[in-house]
Design a binder for this molecule. Structure first.
Ligand code: AHM
Ligand code: MG
Length: 326
């Protein structure tokens, strides 16, 4: 029974007591993000019923415009966070520019619904977020041009076979599973640690011909059988960053989105995709790199900047770095 009643809010309050220096003021902000997550989760789960319930036109049954789910998720996050009084500014994948809110101590960066093209085929998608202390009450792009090491918290929500909320405030990584019958995130994965080395690799191998030789050499190496080093690794690729990351966090392995001929800086975004997940992975004992530099040491020059991303078990990512730096 005890296990079933440790919800996110109670856990945050207890953590706050344990670490007197840790910033317990996140409790309120996290409750807001959790509320947004529950609302987004409800809409994502409903997506398959849209045809049956007659929501397909440009207007739904109540006469409201039907919004694309990623825009719905963006507006939900934006309105809840901006109104909560804890967040002075936002940067989102769905907002061209930084968003100014009225008052608050924090800046939040987020990708409201990553992998949204997977919704129609019932594949897991997610929300990614990161939290910074504000530098100023005036919010412009410049406030976000700082290394990911300055993140004070980060997390993601995965909308999968169940909805999970995984976060870190710098004291380990903890996962909560939504119990829809009570509408609460219940502690299910305490102090997640990623294995030091894993056997899974996740990359879109359809781009093989567009990669540079060094990356091809690495992929050729990990797919060459060798019992001693547990090769070949197994390929697992969903094409939904949060889902691929979540699996590798629990099982160990490496996720790769490299630069290629079509994407000179990779595809994924530094500020609100790579850096929050890099914060989580380091807290779980893993590592994230662009091949040369730790993702958390990078400073964005643009809120929508892209970066190559190699993230997962520390030994796998270091092994990849060796190939790229040869
Ligand atoms: P999106 O922001 O348009 O949803 O794209 C991001 C997604 C990630 O979730 C995923 O890792 C990647 O795109 C997959 O890209 P690809 O189809 O090129 O392999
Ligand atoms: Mg995205």
């Amino acid at each position: 029974m005890e296990k079933q009643t440790m919800n996110l809010t109670r856990f945050l309050i207890e953590e706050q007591r344990k670490y007197p220096h840790a910033s317990g003021v996140f409790t309120e902000l996290f409750s807001e993000i959790a509320l947004a997550a529950k609302i987004i989760s409800r809409e994502v789960n409903k997506a398959g019923l849209v045809d049956i319930l007659g929501y397909t036109g440009s207007k739904n049954v109540t006469g409201d415009e039907v919004k694309k789910l990623d825009l719905f998720a963006n507006n939900t996050m934006k309105h809840i966070l901006c109104r909560g009084g804890n967040v002075i500014g936002l940067a989102s994948e769905e907002e061209e520019e930084a968003v100014q809110c009225e008052r608050g101590k924090y800046l939040v960066v987020f990708d409201p619904l990553d992998g949204s093209s997977n919704i129609d085929v019932n594949v897991s998608i997610g929300t990614i977020f990161g939290i910074y202390n504000k530098m100023d009450d005036f919010v412009d792009e410049k406030q976000f041009m700082r290394p990911g090491r300055e993140l004070v918290a980060a997390g993601y929500i995965i909308y999968g076979s169940s909805t999970m909320f995984v976060y870190s405030t710098g004291n380990g990584v903890h996962g909560f599973t939504l119990d829809p019958s009570v509408g609460e995130f219940i502690l299910s994965h305490k102090d997640i640690k990623i294995p030091k080395k894993g056997k899974i690799f996740s990359i879109n191998t359809g781009n093989y011909k567009k990669w540079d030789e060094k990356l091809k050499n690495y992929i050729d190496f990990i797919t060459t059988p060798d019992k001693k080093t547990q090769r070949p690794y197994s390929l697992r690729y969903i094409g939904s960053l949060v889902a691929d990351f979540h699996r590798n966090l629990l099982y160990g392995g490496i996720f790769l989105y490299p630069k290629d001929m079509a994407h000179p800086n990779g595809k994924l975004r530094l500020l609100y995709e790579a850096q929050p997940l890099a914060f989580i992975v380091e807290q779980a004992g893993g590592y994230a790199s662009d091949g040369y530099t730790p993702i958390l040491d990078k400073v964005p020059h643009d809120i929508h900047e892209r970066t190559p991303l190699f993230i997962g078990s520390i030994e796998n990512v270091k092994e990849l770095e060796q190939f790229l730096q040869k």
